[in-house]
Design a protein around this ligand. Structure first.
Ligand code: SF4
Length: 357
């Protein structure tokens, strides 16, 4: 049976019943600005009758994207300012991003790299640029970890991925290769045994970080794709973005984190939405995010707890943004006491003598 096609335009989405015909002109204006791609695997998850469907909200363009706020930026986390050579972002001392691909299987409406990824540009780093990026990594012995991102590296051929992981495997000081992807969810059939073999940087710890935002994304096919990676000895972590109308309620977030852990994927980060252009309608407040994390704490297994992170605008890096369960009390003659909150909201004093001599 021929594979259903990927929707790549506003008219594709209208024809598939995933957007109303009367919105076509406006959605074409959005699509002219920001790339559109919705794979059959994700398209099938959308309940077209639900105007608030959480999968549609992530991938079907919204006229609100044309509303660009003054505090939003084309490069909200400062990739460009921290890029010494094309394809490398060196923000933290011991690790770099290596942006291999400039395209993705799907285009997320909230993407913080939405001005940098999409069709109409090169699909991947050129051979010369990749050689220069690898030379940069070789020349910097402090680089312990290389994070393949983009774009989505898993849209590249197994041959191309293997060339990159093999080159990284040959660098003594690189000990960890981490690959960020949405492909096991967006197009699970791409995760073939050949691709899995290509991902492993032989002799290094290779991790895959899955981007997932709603429990419905973890379909049987997506779970099989992830199992293929984990069974091959590749540990998996997840990152999610907190999105208004998608996962900003305690039940959805708990179901997502549990589904990930059931797939042997450790929830790693829950990102607060970045100040990417035209994404205000998808962001929540930090106070709401903290309340949701508080709701997970204690009520859901510790395995299911991601760190709630903010990428500080301007390229200053990520910081955990709480909530905090401990506060100092006024010091006594015995030393510093703390008040610690339990998962039910009860408060308890941690005495100064507890640190030992
Ligand atoms: S897959 Fe990642 S890089 Fe690509 S559009 Fe989505 S969030 Fe952005």
């Amino acid at each position: 049976m021929p594979r259903a096609k990927t929707h790549r335009s506003a008219s594709d989405l209208v024809a598939a019943g995933l957007a109303p015909p009367q919105a076509l002109l406006e959605l074409e204006r959005v699509a002219a600005r920001y790339a559109v791609s919705l794979t059959p695997d994700l398209g099938e998850l959308i309940a077209a009758s639900d105007p608030h469907d959480p999968i549609a909200r992530q991938f079907v363009p919204d006229p609100a994207e044309l509303d660009r706020r003054a505090d939003e930026s084309a490069d909200p986390i400062g990739d460009d300012a921290n890029s010494p050579v094309e394809g490398i972002v060196h923000r933290y001392p011991d690790r770099v991003l290596l942006k291999l691909a400039y395209v993705c299987a799907v285009y997320c409406r909230f993407c913080f790299r939405r001005e940098m990824v999409g069709p109409g540009r090169r699909r991947a780093l050129s051979a010369a640029a990749l050689a220069a990026a690898l030379a940069y990594i070789r020349d910097h012995p402090e680089i312990w970890e290389v994070i393949l991102t983009g774009g989505d590296p898993l849209v590249l051929s197994a041959r191309r991925l293997h060339a990159a992981t093999a080159a990284l495997a040959a660098v003594d000081h690189v000990k960890v290769v981490r690959i960020h992807t949405r492909v096991p969810i967006a197009d699970p059939a791409l995760v073939t045994p050949t691709l899995v073999r290509a991902l492993k940087a032989v002799g290094k710890a290779t991790y895959v970080v899955l981007h997932a935002n709603h429990p419905r994304e973890l379909t049987a096919a997506a779970r099989t794709a992830c199992a293929r990676l984990v069974d091959a000895g590749i540990p998996m972590l997840s990152q999610s973005v907190l999105l208004r109308g998608v996962n900003d309620d305690a039940a959805t977030l708990a179901a997502l984190m549990r589904a990930l852990v059931e797939c042997r994927i450790k929830p790693y980060y829950l990102h607060h939405g970045d100040l990417a252009p035209g994404t205000a309608h998808l962001r929540t407040t930090i106070a709401h995010g903290q309340a949701l994390i508080r709701g997970l704490q204690g009520r859901v297994s510790g395995l299911c707890q991601p760190a709630y992170m903010l990428d500080i605008p301007g390229g200053h890096g990520k910081s955990p943004i709480g909530p905090s369960y401990i506060r100092p009390l006024p010091a006594t003659t015995d030393g510093q006491c703390f008040e610690v909150e339990d998962f039910k909201g009860g408060r308890h004093v941690y005495p100064p003598g507890s640190a030992g001599a």
